[in-house]
Design a protein around this ligand. Sequence first.
Ligand SMILES: [Zn+2]
Length: 145
Amino acid sequence: MRQALAEARTAFDAGEVPVGAVVLAPSGEVIGTGHNDRERTADPTGHAEIVAMREAASALGAWRLSGCTLVVTLEPCTMCAGAAVQARVGRLAYGAVDLKGGAVGSLWDVVRDRRLNHRPEVIAGVLADECAALLTEFFARRRVR
Ligand SMILES: [Zn+2]
């Protein structure tokens, strides 16, 4: 999560909503990193999780991230939770909850929906205060401007 937070800070400095993610291989090795880059890339799918999973899949040469862990500073949205299921991610760890748009327990629970054939293990609230503080600071600064 520390590395995901560093990614989030990179996004913060670039004026992007500060969310960062990393993907760990089953061995624990980091095989993908990403931060929100929607503004820079003008890509609506440019969320930290998507960027990190793309890099991890590319590193593995396979779309299946079975046994991998996706670590992200903010509770994933429906798109990213859906992508984590599609990628067969083994475990999903997130920091801050997203009460307005979270799809891993807050508004929806996409990754634990029994109608889907793959359900990653979820670890919520990892360094939640630190993850949330970065977002709070970002939006507070934005309001001042
Ligand atoms: Zn997302």
